[in-house]
Design a protein around this ligand. Structure first.
Ligand code: SAM
Length: 225
């Protein structure tokens, strides 16, 4: 394993072994995932990969939507946290570096939220991550990347991407119907899947100039080749 990856593993292993890290066991994130699955049009029973699943809060919400969810993360400790969901993820947890994914293109939906792989100021690196995630999506399936950011284009420990970074990272001929949104944490509680629209995105971009709280960039794209 590279030194950079080992640093990531050491960091997340130590965090995951001591506490519930992202505190996403809450109503806004459940509403967010439910709205996202509806917006993406993913049918019940679809095969889904949560790539960089961490402690699996969002994997569980995806599973609660009736999806057949597989979890992968570079941190084994993160995947072990999924024991708390009993048998839901039994046999469906894989320790993997998503830059060399051990999967074929077998998933109807590949979902990723705030994976450290996008935590970089170098646009070329983000484009490479998109390609590797797209490798795991069936032709006709959906790739969904969500990234926690204040939309400023700055950051030290966590890089706060703008919409433009993701627009260029998704500019590959293997993906079509690329849609990019900016949401805040409560949009989907109030408006469900209607939150994914250009007006709401514009409102949140403007809001981000005044309110330095977290937003989520959401990218949806269909694998076409
Ligand atoms: C900020 S956490 C987000 C976890 C989860 N997606 C969530 O939203 O709660 C980032 C996760 O990305 C994982 N990660 C970082 N680099 C990775 C890589 N190269 N391959 C797979 N997972 C990676 C980390 O181990 C960590 O669990």
């Amino acid at each position: 394993m590279s030194t950079a990856n080992q640093r990531v593993v050491d960091h997340y292993d130590s965090v995951y072994l001591t506490r519930d890290c992202f505190n996403q066991d809450n109503r806004p994130y459940r509403a967010f995932i439910t709205a996202l699955v509806r917006k993406a049009g993913i049918p019940l029973g679809s095969r889904v990969l949560d790539a960089g699943s961490g402690q699996g809060y969002l994997s569980r919400y995806l599973s609660d939507c009736g999806l057949n969810v597989w979890c992968s993360d570079i941190s084994e400790a993160g995947l072990r946290s999924l024991d708390r969901y009993d048998s839901v993820f039994r046999g469906k947890r894989i320790v993997a570096d998503m830059l060399s994914p051990p999967f074929d293109a077998g998933f109807d939906l590949v979902f990723q939220r705030s994976c450290s792989l996008f935590n970089t100021a170098q646009p070329g690196k983000s484009a490479e991550v998109v390609e590797r995630l797209a490798d795991c999506v069936k032709v006709g399936g959906v790739l969904c990347v969500v990234y926690n950011t204040n939309l400023s284009g700055r950051g030290d420990v966590w890089f706060n991407h703008t919409l433009a970074t993701f627009r260029s990272a998704f500019a590959t001929s293997r993906l079509s119907d690329v849609q990019i949104y900016a949401l805040n944490k409560v949009d989907t509680v109030a408006f469900g899947s209607y939150s994914f629209n250009p007006v709401m995105t514009l409102v949140n971009v403007v809001l981000s100039k005044f309110v330095h709280r977290s937003f989520e960039i959401v990218v949806l794209a269909r694998r076409c080749a």
